[in-house]
Ligand binder design. Sequence first.
Ligand SMILES: C[S@@+](CC[C@H](N)C(=O)[O-])C[C@H]1O[C@@H](n2cnc3c(N)ncnc32)[C@H](O)[C@@H]1O
Ligand code: SF4
Length: 464
Amino acid sequence: MPASIATSRPSAPAPPTAAQLHHAGRNLPRYTSYPTALAFQPAEGAETPRPWFAQTRPREVISAYVHVPFCRRLCWYCGCHTTVAHTYDRIDAFQQILDREIDLVAEALGDHAGAAHLHFGGGSPNALSPEHFLRLVGRLADRLRLRPDAEVAVELDPALLSAAFIDALGEGGVTRASLGVQTFDPPVQAKVNRIQPFERVAEAVERLRARGVEAINFDLMYGLPSQTPASVAATVDLALRLRPDRIAVFGYAHVPWMKKHQVMIKDADLADVAGRWAQADAADQALTDGGYVRIGLDHYARPGDPLARAAAEGRVRRNFQGYTDDPAPVLVPVGPSSIGQFREGFVQNAVATDDWSRAVREGRLPLARKLPLTPADRLRAAVIERLMCDLSADVEAICIAHGFAPETLDASLESLAEAERDGLCRRQGRRVEIPENARRLMRAVAAGFDERLPAGQNRHAKAV
Ligand SMILES: C[S@@+](CC[C@H](N)C(=O)[O-])C[C@H]1O[C@@H](n2cnc3c(N)ncnc32)[C@H](O)[C@@H]1O
Ligand code: SF4
């Protein structure tokens, strides 16, 4: 790690109580959607989701998520849908199919007011060549009628980010770059197969800003092998030197039964729940001491940032990319495994690149799974979203706004008795508040409104 900088803190947070640690160790969804993706069903059958694409409204903007499922290295902790492409042939073939999928999607959509938000994720969108990336943005801009004021955000692996790719980001009108930093601690980097010096990230940030990509996000992680509170705090301190606009701090989700390569990470190198809590505390303290504002479960932003302003005004939304101020009601999925959202429900494209590619070559939208939403799902989703974004929900007002009787969710409110006893929330009538010192445990409160939890509970990672 480069020359260390001061990590002494003005005030240490109170240690967690036994009850808090109990809830931190529970396996709970992250509620990037409700119902969660575990509830999705096969897309074929009585209600195919294809007509949902046609239901966009002339005066409403849309958003799109484009998934690039390739990387040039495999980080042992990775939980994303990606594969390592050893030669460019596979990526070349992929981007040609992607072009055809964009045409299919554009044909399927009804009238709309243009795309206000494009998000490229993965994998690593910078596994594409700069030329192919530029062509892809151009095609999306044309077919989805990208608005001049649109946000175009791209997730990037800094270790493989070339100067030419950064130039392409500038030329393509990208407004936000999200860099996977994770940790600056070399021994931890070595344990997760992700060597990435601080200087490399610093150069990338400087060049991005010079090319007009002004908004910079960092992803950091805690709970990685051999990480400690001190190493997490030192990483945050280094990250802050580069003045990112937003920082997400993710707890490592160790799910080797789902992601086989995670067996490369030895259980003995992983902190227990109390250790993970201390690491999350260390990151939180370094970030708040550095002037960043907390947003939702795991995001932080500089006070003037649009997400921080949205948080202050109760306009933050929860979506598959984390937290956003994007109000678009429709998220169009593009690329393998991509999840989309329509008024009628959620859809997911085929996860395996071969299945996705076959469908597109046959001229079909590559939809593999769907979840039509019931009015009750929408009601519960609204309560869970407010809890996950605002740390409070006026359950009665939300019931009435959704056309339900005020007492509709009383059984869920009653189910919060244990969480309330343990200090995770307070109830006043039908209003639920999560105190600041239970922010990290908001998933345990949201779970009280999750009708579908018992079936899938053990398939989620730990809450902290
Ligand atoms: C698609 S990756 C980011 C872009 C790029 N591929 C990179 O790694 O730099 C999205 C983010 O998910 C987070 N992530 C990946 N695997 C995770 C896991 N098992 N648990 C928690 N967070 C994870 C990392 O912080 C990562 O930056
Ligand atoms: S963390 Fe990013 S770079 Fe590493 S394997 Fe996953 S998607 Fe690829």
